[in-house]
Write a protein that binds this ligand. Structure first.
Ligand code: HEM
Length: 391
């Protein structure tokens, strides 16, 4: 259970924290209303509590996640062509190949760490395929992206290692872009070098800053979150062997396996989602319940709490129940204009990963005593998840 969220929903659904100066919304109805309110709530100061989240001069601020409409939508439209269900579906065979490569090694080992040997590898591979990054660079990028988000418990300053990782990734993607401008390929970055931004009657090409900002966004938004979803699924699956055994039994071929694991992924997204909270800046006074949140204040949207709201998911909202009806209600990918562009891809990757596992093992055991969570401002998941499998 998430006891703090439950207390907030029951006793202080519009909570004000005066120490760190923010408000927090915990009920499903309020969080969903806030997501849709792009007029009074702005993304343009960044969406995380982390002090690195917003720096006017950083490329991150040029990523459209940290922009408001109409500029956000104009940029988003340019890249969303790369994320249609059809385009994402076309990636499925390649994702299956990459999944098999990593999982076969795990099976050979029999005893391994699910994060280090599988969940931490696949999403960076997939983002790299989209961006056209070669296989030899991926291990380095993975390491930098881990350093970028890693925080020690109790330390609020951004660690120097995270800053140098940011600079390293930035330099890498800047030179990748320069290379693509010279030799375009069949990847999203090459497509963006010739894309035009239409503003009124004017058409302009994207700047280097906008394209690099997009690449950095892919790494931050598409990599860590999906790694966490995969490992959270295994963790809660491991805690619920009675619910997972029928899934393994049903996974008789690829299609059956994909169908069987989809509700497992869905329930993990609801129950223990990777992105637990996002932040908005109030630009025009806004009312929730009896409170008016004034312009200038920050509001936290507690996704993890909205996903456990008894009003929507019933009295057993705090239990992990694979197959419950929650499809339209989960907040895990946000809502409205910033709705996760990679939602379809994230599900597909996770489903392909779990389907492969369900098809190739008869059971698995997680070493719960050695499982370790990551320390992060808003991402929830595991740093270590040791496990053994029986083929
Ligand atoms: C936006 C969650 C995977 C790309 C978002 C938002 C959420 C989210 C909650 C909304 C942000 C906001 O409203 O401020 C997740 C979760 C994932 C995941 C939980 C995995 C389990 C991915 C993947 C990609 C991706 C795989 C791409 C490769 C994006 C982008 C945005 C976004 C580009 C910004 C959209 C915009 O500003 O219009 N994601 N995401 N995400 N996500 Fe994801």
């Amino acid at each position: 259970p998430y006891p703090t969220y439950a207390t907030l929903r029951a006793q202080a659904p519009v909570y004000r924290n005066t120490d760190s100066d923010f408000w927090a919304l915990s009920r499903h109805a309020d969080v969903s209303e806030a997501f849709r309110d792009n007029t009074r709530l702005s993304n343009s100061w960044g969406v995380s509590m982390d002090p690195t989240a917003y720096n006017e001069n950083a490329e991150y601020a040029m990523s459209f996640l940290a922009m408001d409409d109409p500029r956000h939508l104009r940029l988003r439209k340019l890249v969303s062509k790369g994320f249609t269900p059809r385009r994402v579906g076309e990636l499925a065979p390649r994702i299956a190949e990459l999944t098999a490569q990593h999982w076969d090694k795990c099976l050979q080992m029999g005893e391994f760490d699910f994060v280090h040997d599988f969940a931490g590898l696949l999403p960076m591979d997939v983002v790299s395929e989209l961006l056209g990054v070669g296989t030899s660079d991926r291990a380095h990028l993975r390491k930098q992206s881990d350093l970028l988000i890693h925080r020690e418990e109790g330390v609020t300053d951004v660690p120097p290692a995270a800053i140098s990782a940011y600079l390293d990734l930035h330099a890498f993607y800047t030179s990748l872009l320069a290379e693509r401008r010279k030799n375009p390929g069949d990847d999203l970055v090459s497509a963006l070098t010739t894309a035009e931004l239409v503003d009124g009657g004017e058409r302009t090409a994207l700047t280097d800053g906008e394209i690099v900002g997009f690449m950095m966004l892919m790494v931050v938004a598409g990599n860590e979150t999906t790694t966490k979803l995969l490992a959270n699924s295994m963790f809660w699956g491991g805690r619920s062997p009675d619910q997972v055994a029928p899934i393994i039994a049903a996974a008789t071929d690829d299609d059956a396996a994909l169908d069987a694991v989809a509700p497992w992924v869905q329930e993990t997204l609801r129950y223990d989602t990777s992105t637990q909270m996002l932040i908005r800046r109030v630009v025009e006074d806004v009312e929730y319940g009896d409170f008016t949140i004034p312009a200038g204040d920050r509001v936290l949207l507690l996704i993890g709490s909205a996903n456990r709201d008894e009003e929507v998911f019933g009295d057993d909202a705090d239990q992990f129940v694979i197959g419950r009806d929650s499809d339209r209600a989960i907040m895990s990918f946000g809502l409205g204009t910033h709705f996760c562009l990679g939602a379809h891809l994230a599900r597909l990757e996770t489903e392909i990963g779990l389907a492969k596992i369900a098809q190739t093992v008869s059971s698995f055991d997680i070493d719960f005593a050695r499982a370790a969570r990551v320390h992060s401002v808003n991402v929830r998941g595991f740093a270590d998840l040791p496990m053994t499998v029986k083929a």
